[in-house]
Design a protein around this ligand. Structure first.
Ligand code: GLY
Length: 351
């Protein structure tokens, strides 16, 4: 069992091992004590893992209620959010009680946001069930919901009290959902971890516990330095600024991980074309993305992508900060004027 401690505004542990869902009760009891709790999950994960979690929690003495919503990003909205809050209130959860978010990024984001506002904030435990949620969204306290205008436009920073990553839960993921998480794993290697990049160059799946631990360690170090996303945390946006535009231009037919993979290639190729990055770096990134069944190109024009990227919440006034790889393990933040974004993307498209 690997334990990584995050020292943010609140200190908490991330526990990584296989077959630990059934030990969640005893692990949580050490972190938050035994109390009343609500398990929040979605309709897919509920069928697979709620029973094991609830038995474990009840075995440890928790009094458990459960809220299940329809699986999918479409559910990450204000209606589901209010339904969760009403459920917490009718279940009688008090300020000393706790939420367990069992699922992927959608569950973690909306349950965490509910925890941040219910009674002005109660504790929550993240139990991520996808690779993407284990290595990214369950760590660092970003919670939220989508608005009709765009993704993740309402939310709060609210750190969990504990994160339990049971890597054996990844065995039930479809290859596409697993690949989505691989894009985020590769991202950490490109940002600042050449050792991780070389570990995953052999295989992500075969080294899964080590890979998850390494990504979580990388993320926790960044969150400790910049919890509220004003500085180096923006490095985690590598591939995301243009990736979100790819996702949106495709009407969300291109998945988040695939879009991040394409975004990473565009920024790297653009860096190569202005002479700040070696072409071999681009080739290595494309190779590892392809080996993990991720796409590296899209058909959208620079104009289409720039227009959407500029409506992203990452824009600040007339500038947008881009995370640009200079080498594997050396990504830097570059403030870019909004008027230059289209030509930056143009240089990154393989046309
Ligand atoms: N997912 C990016 C971050 O947590 O900052």
């Amino acid at each position: 069992m690997k334990t990584i401690t995050v020292n943010a505004s609140k200190q908490y542990n991330i526990i990584i091992d296989s077959d630990i869902l059934s030990k969640s009760g005893e692990l949580a009891a050490k972190a938050v004590g035994v109390c009343n709790c609500a398990v929040i999950t979605d309709s897919n994960v509920d069928k697979l893992y709620s029973k094991t979690l609830i038995e474990s929690l009840e075995g440890a003495g928790y009094n458990v209620s459960k809220f299940v919503f329809e699986a999918g990003e479409e559910s990450k909205n204000a209606n589901t959010f209010v339904d969760i809050l009403e459920f917490l209130a009718t279940s009688g959860l008090t300020r000393s009680d706790c939420i367990f978010a069992l699922g992927g990024g959608v569950v973690g984001d909306i349950a965490g946001f509910a925890a941040s506002v219910y009674l002005r904030g109660i504790r929550f435990v993240q139990i991520p069930t996808t690779l993407l949620a284990m290595v990214d969204s369950s760590v660092g306290g970003k919670t939220g919901i989508d608005l009709r205008t765009g993704k993740n436009l309402a939310g709060a920073f609210h750190q969990p009290s504990l994160v339990i990553c049971d890597t054996s839960l990844l065995n039930t993921l479809t290859p596409e959902i697993f690949a989505d998480g691989c894009a985020e794993v590769i991202k950490y290697g490109v940002i600042n971890d050449i050792e991780l990049f070389s570990l995953i160059s052999s295989s992500i799946r075969e080294n899964i516990d080590e890979v998850v631990a390494s990504c979580v360690k990388n993320k926790s170090l960044i969150v400790e330095k910049d919890e509220f996303d004003n500085g180096c945390r923006q490095l985690l946006n590598l591939g995301h600024t243009i990736g979100h535009a790819v996702e949106k231009c495709s009407n969300f037919k291109i998945s988040h991980g695939s879009a991040v993979a394409i975004g990473m290639v565009i920024v790297t190729r653009s860096a190569v074309n202005v002479g700040i990055c070696e072409v071999s770096t681009l080739e290595n990134i494309i190779k590892i993305l392809k080996e993990n069944s991720l796409p590296t190109e899209c058909d959208f024009t620079a104009k289409e992508l720039a227009e959407v990227a500029l409506s992203d919440k990452k824009r600040k006034g007339n500038t947008i900060t881009l995370a640009i790889p200079y080498n594997i393990g050396d990504t830097r933040l570059v403030k870019t004027h909004i008027g230059e974004l289209e030509s930056f993307i143009e240089r990154g498209l393989d046309k």
